[in-house]
Design a protein around this ligand. Sequence first.
Ligand SMILES: C[S@@+](CC[C@H](N)C(=O)[O-])C[C@H]1O[C@@H](n2cnc3c(N)ncnc32)[C@H](O)[C@@H]1O
Length: 678
Amino acid sequence: MMPEQRQEIIRLLEKGEELSPEWARILFPPEKREYELVYHGKEREEDILADTLAVPLQPVRTFGSNGEWSNMLIFGDNLQVMKSLLEMKKAGKLCNADGTPGVRLIYIDPPFATKQEFRGTEDQKAYQDKIAGSEFIEFLRRRMILIRQLLSDDGALFVHLDQKKGHYIKVLLDEIFGEGNFRNEIIVRRIQKNYIEREYIASLNLATDSIYVYSTGSQAVFAPVYKKMVIEETWHSLDAPNWSGTRPNLVYPLFGKMPPKNRCWAWVKDRAEAAIKAGDLRPNPKTGKPEYRIPARDKVVCTSLWDDLLAYSFASEYPTEKSESLMLRIIEMGSKPGDIVLDSFAGSGTTLAVAEKLGRRWIGVDCGKLAIYTMQKRLLNIAESKDLENTKKKYDKQCKPFTLYNAGLYDFSKLKELSWDSWRFFALQLFQCRDEPHSVGGIKLDGYLKGASVLVFNHMKEKGVRIDEETIESLHEALGTRIGNRLFIIAPALTFDFQQDYITLGNVRYYALRIPYSIINELHQREFTCLKQPSDEMAVNDTVEAVGFDFIRTPELKFECGVRKGKRESQDTAYIKIKTFKSEAVVREPMRKKENLETLSMVMLDYDFDDNSQVFDLDAVFYADALEKTGWALNFPIDSIGKKIMAVYIDIYGNEARVVIEPEQFGITLANNNKGKR
Ligand SMILES: C[S@@+](CC[C@H](N)C(=O)[O-])C[C@H]1O[C@@H](n2cnc3c(N)ncnc32)[C@H](O)[C@@H]1O
């Protein structure tokens, strides 16, 4: 840096002025890279890794009996979840069947859209789009940085994108993985039919998506994949160029003939003799020249152009669902049976379903409740779905055990059921503490947070004991000055007998970290945001950024149900009319009290709920925006009602109110409710 530049920076800093982005290049010149993508808000890789919160994974339910490994379906923001998975990898708990640590294959299909909510002049709009654009690529970059860390040493990443932002992401992937680890850009088809012809067009119709393939290092190898193609047997001449006579070992008589002038045979003598024996080399029946056989085939090795399959599943209800044939090819190419396959934008679970059918271990993450219930249903009913090889047959096997987890939105009542060890572990994870037991002044402490000691109060052993100012005083006496100037105490909120965030004694601050209520801004730095759920179908694919954690609070719900008579009996419709739906986030202070129904995101129905299994089997979704237009009534055909209905009302924070509705509540008796859906 030049002396005058140094002076100028000092002057700006002393005046408290902001440094313009141009200073970034001078202060931090790109050393190793000759080019990079620069945009507003691009954080340092080290900061992203250090600042991302890992959130505990709370098991909700395991389907099937839990063995050595249980596949994972996780509800949460993938950035925080991947940080937690990274901790698992570091602790040796994330291994492929052959024992290698880390995830072998990651496929992501993130939302491609940029937000376009802004209304203003064209210039303002263009500017806003660019901001939304740079936010979007930074959103993805942060996730790709964690992905790189999560992969095994011979792992691979497949990133599915469209033509709008793909080129930016390619540059970022080159930065994160190293340009030398770029393996391919696979082109896939996104349309089923050709479009109608028009006289003039503004641009060509979009027919393809791109999938960028990266490896973590040179060790990664891929299995060849094939596409169906019937090819007849063919015979090809064996002669080849003999560059300036540099290939004398390829010049010898074959079937009594020497190669033509300046040419040689393509194979050495031994190989030619073996091929003659196998019937794969013969003299051409007319010319007598040697020719070799390429046998008839029904498949050929794929190139990077995958135009023989459709990338999207057009029959599906989940927006932008990808096809199983696409995922079959990717998973076969990038993994072996027993390898872990991760999809951190899992959507309807195509990756998981195909990984399951191919005997891979799998992990799926999504921040949408709709996605989670769609996947749960898809996996539990996988036996009914199509076989991958022969789509005329059913797969016909049950799925292997998997566990559904919550990450970032927790059920406090379930925490009460934990053993002391699991509670202690959860508590430390929740507040990002390092688990490192130690003692100070004869007092056993549990770990560290920001360099200070942490005590997880054992409320199970000390039943009924409260933490009040006296408790803190006696702690202070025992610890003295040896504790430094901060101690964090984690305990259930009700255990504390004081309201303040901390109590100061001498030079020491004793912080109360309450479960579930505490967010100490000073500790968490970032503003907490929730796992926002969509209230219309268009928003299902939006990017969602959730930071921090919260606890489930069941929304308040009142509804009525009945049957609305049609002209004919067959036209009768059942309805559920929502009267009251109110909810709030627990940890985060709501900005203002929300109106009735304002926080509803969607209602999901299982028309034939099974009381024995207690599994919610999603059949229909009603978005809040659509419900508002029907006066908050869910209308559906009367004969879709089975034994019982389970309705799951989701709020915009991801909380659920669940109710089981008996046919009698609609005024239907079981005798005339003889249909059901199955
Ligand atoms: C294009 S869809 C994936 C579709 C999927 N490939 C399939 O075949 O169904 C993208 C998904 O990313 C999810 N998503 C968006 N932001 C996320 C985040 N921060 N964490 C986890 N999932 C996210 C959305 O909920 C949506 O389901």
